[in-house]
Unconditional design. Structure first.
Length: 317
């Protein structure tokens, strides 16, 4: 509680802010940044947003979504706030650290490296959006339509539409407060979970064709290559959610998605169902995340990588 008071004090005393997050921002990162930025602007603060522009189109309904990449080359900020980023190496652009007099690190990843001058990490929160709700409340900023929409998006995405084990009574309490504002949550859910372009259907088919079952069916692996995307005419952004095809199969404990990003380079996504801590696996491989959802980058031949991952998972089952 002392740290959050220090952060509130730092926000109240300063006027010039830069907000940023991790590479390939997800709904929690985007919703948290937008909600906090809008709250700061209501306090007459100067706010710049600086994030990776590779934003999935399904988030286009969010306020300010087209204005999240400013030019920071010749600017200096009193406060830089980094949201939802457990590892400084996963930051969109580390050069911004030199442009901020003070770094505030706000996150819910249990393995956060506490790299800020001030760090507020709550691993019990279902999403960083839950923490931002608290901060906005401490700041005395009243919820409005846009802030509530952004916070709802942050929370609903990182809890898997409230299906994941990180959901708590506090999650539902916060969401109930957000729903006091008429944000049409059903429309947000439809855009996030029920709508997709036609090309994604063919990507799903390719993913199923590539699906491998190992370790007696307890490990399921999907590989999506650059050639797959080219053949189908898919954007890499459309791979999001594909891993759930593997995770949702009865008998599967660990699902892994290998997404080829360059020659001999793969972005690895991990998901587990009940007992395997995939956050620990990702951390061992230089990545990070949560106990049931995590990721990392690996280099090498696809078959060699699968063999390595199989060996690691086998020891956890």
């Amino acid at each position: 509680m002392d740290m959050i008071k220090n952060i509130i004090n730092g926000i109240q005393k300063n006027h010039n802010f830069l907000l940023t997050t991790h590479l390939s921002p997800d709904g929690d990162a985007l919703g948290s940044i937008i909600a906090l930025g809008l709250a700061l602007e209501k306090l007459n603060k100067k706010v710049d947003y600086y994030i990776d522009p590779s934003i999935p189109e399904k988030f286009n309904f969010l306020p300010k979504i087209q204005n999240l990449s400013c030019n920071v080359l010749d600017k200096q900020y009193e406060i830089g706030i980094i949201l939802d980023c457990g590892d400084i190496n996963h930051l969109y652009d580390r050069t911004i650290l030199k442009k901020c007099n003070t770094i505030i690190n706000i996150d819910h990843h249990i393995n956060n490296q506490n790299y800020g001058n001030m760090n507020y990490i709550n691993s019990k929160a279902g999403a960083t959006g839950e923490i931002i709700y608290e901060i906005i409340e401490f700041l005395g900023v009243e919820l409005d339509h846009n802030i509530s929409k952004a916070l709802y998006t942050a929370i609903v995405t990182d809890t898997g539409n409230f299906k994941y084990s990180n959901v708590t009574s506090k999650t539902h309490y916060i969401v109930s407060e957000l729903l006091r504002i008429p944000i049409d949550a059903w429309k947000i859910n439809k855009k996030l979970f029920d709508e997709y372009p036609r090309s994604k259907i063919f990507l799903v088919k390719r993913a199923i064709d590539n699906l491998q079952f190992l370790l007696g069916g307890r490990l399921a692996i999907i590989v999506i290559t650059q050639d797959d995307l080219k053949d189908i005419g898919c954007s890499p952004k459309e791979i999001e959610g594909i891993i759930n095809i593997a995770r949702n199969i009865i008998g599967v404990e660990v699902a892994i998605l290998l997404k080829e990003t360059a020659s001999n380079e793969f972005k690895i996504s991990f998901r587990s169902n009940e007992y395997v801590d995939v956050g620990e696996i990702a951390l061992r491989l230089g990545g990070g995340g949560h106990s049931r959802a995590s990721g990392c980058i690996m280099h090498g031949n696809r078959d060699e990588i699968i063999s390595i991952l199989k060996g690691i998972v086998e020891k956890k089952l």
